[in-house]
Design a binder for this molecule. Structure first.
Ligand code: FAD
Ligand code: NAI
Length: 507
């Protein structure tokens, strides 16, 4: 790390604002009354979102240094890496969520939580407008912040392809998985009543679009369910169900090395997932998917697939709130993938605002690994900033007593104290830029096999695959579960599935 000061637009700007602004800046705007400032001596830090990035901040920050306000439209953290396991019941929904209340409890209850959507950010007045999400009579008000952390993530993209939003299932949020689980159950139920061969074939055709890790992992989990569970309860049906994975590029899992891409595609062939690469979906209706594929001779061919269930996993799009900030800040006008941040994750063109994870545009991939490390980094920045703020208060008090003091001995003592505290203050203002430590990429590919591009020294990649990689995958994903509670629940689910099979009842 090279040590340097945080640029003017971010931390130092707020530090130099001085304490005279603190009381005015703390708390709610005049129209609001819901949030009472617990401590007017402390700065108000508003964190938007309860995903990987924000949770990294919340779990690691010294919460005693701030009035922390958490705003998220869901009251839990979602462990996304195991989301593809939930629609088929390998792991249960409740096992991969951690209530934000548990995180708050661990921080001594010092965090105020609003289950609400942040609808707007005014970067000039430094306010966040929030709106309750579940109340029959919606509540709306503004919160004035000293510091703001944006961790709202991203939403699924459809690339504006007609029919996708109306007819496809997604796999981004917990609700998506619940809908998909209900759909799989309904398909099995409906198939008992349909005798017409063509209608059965259509109903039992599952098409997953997008050969990134989400699409690959879900297709693998679905095929596992068919091969390991449905084959025992409905052997005939299990033979009829078809799972296809459609990918526009020549290969799936393009962020992996060649060896693991090949291993994945070979495994898919073995476990009977139909892989359609170089195939771009162009249009979707209630019954069919229109696509164009590139043939071996380079020519393009249009064709259609009749489907029963379409799962769409083609990556991320920017959320409306992030877009609105991008549009209102001059320095963000060129932004496309998310908020442009500097090396310290401060949002360019704003004061006292940081962004992390999938809502920011950095040189890193939009992954949980990156967001969590960014969260931990910001927690350390804020803990340091908190010390700076506390020192500023102390200095101000010392200077006030210096002015009223007559005793020369006491005056020289106070001067010494002020000097030493000023030195500490200047030292604490030094923050190192964020540096990402890539540990590798992993994906589950079915039949108790995984691929793992292990990143070691000097960023050299060592590819691992098969059962060994699967065991490492289980260990790593369990270790990544952010609390002992979720680690235990996930481990029990895996044991339960291995012992009794998957439970894919409607409830
Ligand atoms: P999120 O985790 O998406 O959190 C965003 C938060 O903001 C949520 O709490 C949301 O409710 C809240 N929010 C959104 N809008 C608002 C608003 N307007 N107001 C208030 N709150 C709001 N990455 C890996 O590294 N490894 C994996 O194995 C892996 N597996 C994945 C599997 C799936 C199925 C998916 C979809 C993603 C996976 N990822 C994985 C990627 C990873 O989940 C994301 O990169 C990560 O979630 C980004 O974290 P984040 O904090 O930026 O956003
Ligand atoms: P992705 O962006 O990684 O992959 C989407 C895929 O869809 C691409 O390969 C693209 O070529 C394809 N595609 C786009 N439009 C298409 C079309 N019209 N027809 C056919 N194919 C089309 O998206 P994904 O998998 O949702 O992942 C999002 C982010 O989350 C990524 O950064 C990923 O690394 C991360 N993630 C990581 C996981 C892991 O590490 N195991 C698991 C899941 C997600």
């Amino acid at each position: 790390f090279t040590r340097s000061t945080v640029p003017q637009a971010s931390v130092t700007a707020s530090l130099s604002n001085g304490l005279n602004k603190v009381s005015a800046a703390l708390g709610l705007s005049s129209s609001a009354s819901a949030f009472q400032i617990p401590d007017s001596q402390k700065k108000t830090l508003v964190i938007v979102g309860s995903g990987w990035g924000s949770t990294g901040v919340l779990q690691n920050i010294d919460a005693s240094k701030y009035n922390i306000v958490l705003v998220s439209q869901r009251d839990f953290f979602l462990f996304t890496p195991l989301l593809p396991s939930t629609p088929v019941g390998t792991v249960e929904h409740r096992s991969i969520i951690e209530p934000v209340h548990n995180i708050i409890k661990k921080q001594g209850g010092k965090i105020k939580f609003y289950e609400a959507e942040a609808t707007a950010v005014n970067t000039t007045d430094k306010t966040v407008s929030i709106k309750s999400v579940n109340l029959a009579k919606p509540q709306e008000f503004d919160i004035k912040y000293d510091y703001l952390v944006m961790g709202v993530g991203a939403q699924v993209t459809t690339f504006g392809i007609p029919g996708v939003a109306e007819h496809a299932y997604f796999l981004k949020e917990l609700e998506d998985s619940k809908k998909l689980r209900a759909r799989i159950t309904s398909v099995i139920e409906e198939a008992q009543f349909i005798t017409d061969a063509a209608a059965r074939k259509k109903l039992l055709n599952f098409v997953v679009v997008g050969g990134g890790p989400t699409g690959v992992e879900f297709a693998a989990e679905l095929q596992d369910f068919i091969n390991e569970d449905l084959s025992k309860t409905y052997p005939e049906l299990a033979k009829e169900i078809k799972v296809s994975l459609v990918e526009a590029l020549p290969n799936v899992l393009n962020m992996f090395g060649k060896q693991n891409i090949k291993y994945t595609q070979d495994t898919f062939r073995d476990i009977k997932i139909d892989l359609l690469t170089k195939t771009m979906v162009k249009n979707v209706t209630a019954d069919k998917i229109d696509a164009v594929r590139v043939l071996d001779n380079g020519e393009k061919e249009a064709f259609s697939i009749e489907y029963g269930t379409l799962v769409w996993a083609t990556g991320n799009a920017v959320r409306p709130l992030t877009k609105s900030i991008m549009a209102s800040v001059e320095a963000q006008k060129e932004a496309r993938r998310g908020l442009i941040v500097n090396d310290f994750l401060a949002v360019e063109g704003t004061q006292d605002m940081w962004a992390l994870g999938d809502c920011s545009a950095t040189k890193y991939a939009p992954t949980a690994q990156v967001a969590l490390q960014e969260g931990k980094y910001l927690a350390s920045v804020f803990s340091q900033l908190g010390q700076v703020n506390a020192l500023e208060v102390e200095l101000k008090n010392l200077e006030a007593s210096l002015k009223t003091e007559n005793d020369t001995e006491k005056i020289s003592g106070l001067k010494g104290e002020i000097e030493s505290k000023t030195r500490t203050l200047e030292k604490n203002k030094l923050v190192t830029p964020f540096e990402y430590n890539h540990q590798g990429a992993m994906a589950y590919i079915g039949n108790e096999r995984a691929v793992f591009d292990l990143a070691l020294y000097a960023k050299k990649i060592y590819p691992l695959s098969g059962r060994t990689a699967f065991v490492i995958w289980m260990g790593a994903y369990n270790a990544m579960c952010i609390t002992a509670r979720t680690k235990t629940l996930v481990a029990f689910d895996w044991l339960k599935t291995r012992t009794f099979g998957r439970d894919i009842t409607r409830e």
